[in-house]
Design a protein around this ligand. Structure first.
Ligand SMILES: NC(=O)c1ccc[n+]([C@@H]2O[C@H](COP(=O)([O-])OP(=O)(O)OC[C@H]3O[C@@H](n4cnc5c(N)ncnc54)[C@H](OP(=O)(O)O)[C@@H]3O)[C@@H](O)[C@H]2O)c1
Length: 340
């Protein structure tokens, strides 16, 4: 089969699409014919080797995938060849697909049957493959952990990304007032169409000044600020975000694209009695809920592009260059101009 691989950490020049043996199906496993897989913010980090995680090499990128069962292990009950599935990519004892176990940027993937989740009718492989990591995590962060409520003001940083485009939709669906940041006007136009109430172009304006202009400067004893900041960017945005939060406000985080050891300013945390709330991953039930929301039309994954597997380096570079809104999809069996 064809699979994308990298044998050394580095930039996209380390990625190649090669012929490798098909995966062997263990007794409790299935092998899935991958209809679609998607890139996430962590894929360039795993490729670069900057996460602190130990990645076995060679590695195949991508954690998310959807497709149909091509082979069923002899001890598997309840699943059949041809069933459409969107597996949970975290495997007990093996870790995360695309991080510590071979990823889904390949034509076939082996996974324990216990990870399988059925793809609901009406949800395409492209849509399903865009959901688990970004939309599953966003759902857990905003709903289960963040408990976002109607009428709250929420500031979502880097809202143009995979996680962010889901956060915007979830916040709108509960009736929150949504303020977003993005680094280019064309990206912010897309977010307006998704329902964002206020947009901040970080190439033009400091987001703290803009948030104060929109919601007022927070006061210790009343008024101003946002109820919730969603910050998976970290780096220099971390301490600045504390300056946007109202008293008893909540900062939600699930990552640190721009750096996980940022300077902070603890004075804001005690003076404004702020709450820092982490969210990590998502449960299989949360993944089922997100798939169902798409099936019901309550959530629509934002797809930036769907390209053949051979375009993985170009797609990854676009993500690094911040030229993506939503999710980039790869199609392992697409034999298009760039096809495998
Ligand atoms: N803990 C978990 O389970 C979990 C799960 C999923 C994701 N995450 C983390 O959540 C974060 C977002 O993931 P994602 O897949 O949504 O990533 P993504 O699609 O790359 O989106 C991140 C957004 O952040 C902005 N950005 C990118 N690089 C930046 C930089 N150096 N400084 C400031 N802003 C930057 C970009 O928007 P603009 O260019 O428009 O500003 C981009 O659209 C990542 O850190 C990821 O590792 C964690």
């Amino acid at each position: 089969m064809k699979a994308a691989r990298f044998a050394r950490h580095g930039g996209v020049e380390e990625l190649e699409v090669v012929d490798v043996p098909d995966p062997a199906c263990g007794p409790e496993d299935v092998v899935i014919r991958v209809g679609a897989t998607s890139l996430n913010g962590f894929d360039p980090m795993i490729l670069a080797g900057t996460t602190g995680l130990k990645t076995p090499l060679p590695m195949t990128p991508c954690g998310d995938f959807a497709g149909e069962i091509a082979e069923v292990g002899p001890e598997v009950m309840g699943w059949n060849v041809g069933d459409r599935v969107c597996p949970h990519p975290y495997v007990l004892g093996e870790g995360m697909t695309g991080e510590t176990r071979l990823g889904a940027a390949s034509q076939y993937v082996r996974i324990p049957a216990s990870n399988l989740i059925a793809t609901p009718d009406g949800v395409s492989d492209v849509e399903a493959a865009s959901l688990p990591i970004a939309y599953g995590t966003a759902h857990r962060m905003m709903t289960t952990r963040g408990k976002l409520r109607a009428g709250e003001k929420v500031l979502i940083l880097g809202a143009t990304g995979g996680v962010g485009t889901c956060c915007v939709q979830l916040a709108k669906s509960v009736g929150a007032e949504v303020i977003v940041t993005g680094s280019a006007a064309w990206k912010l136009d897309r977010l307006r169409k998704l329902g964002a109430d206020h947009v901040i172009d970080t190439s033009q304006e400091d987001f703290v000044d803009a948030a104060h202009r929109i919601c007022g400067r927070p006061r210790v004893f009343g008024g101003g600020g946002v109820d919730v900041v969603v910050n998976y960017i970290g780096g220099e945005t971390w301490a600045k975000s504390l300056k946007c939060l109202k008293r008893d406000g909540r900062m939600l985080t699930c990552g640190a694209t721009a750096g996980f050891e940022p300077p902070t300013d603890i004075r804001f945390i005690w003076s404004f009695e702020q709450n820092i709330i982490g969210a990590n991953g998502w449960t299989p039930d949360e993944q089922r809920e997100v798939l169902q929301m798409v099936s019901d039309g309550r959530l629509k994954p934002v797809i930036h592009a769907a390209r053949p597997l051979a375009a993985i380096a170009e797609s990854m570079q676009e993500l690094i260059d911040r030229k993506v809104v939503g999710k980039s999809i790869l199609l392992p069996f697409d034999e298009g101009a760039d096809g495998p």
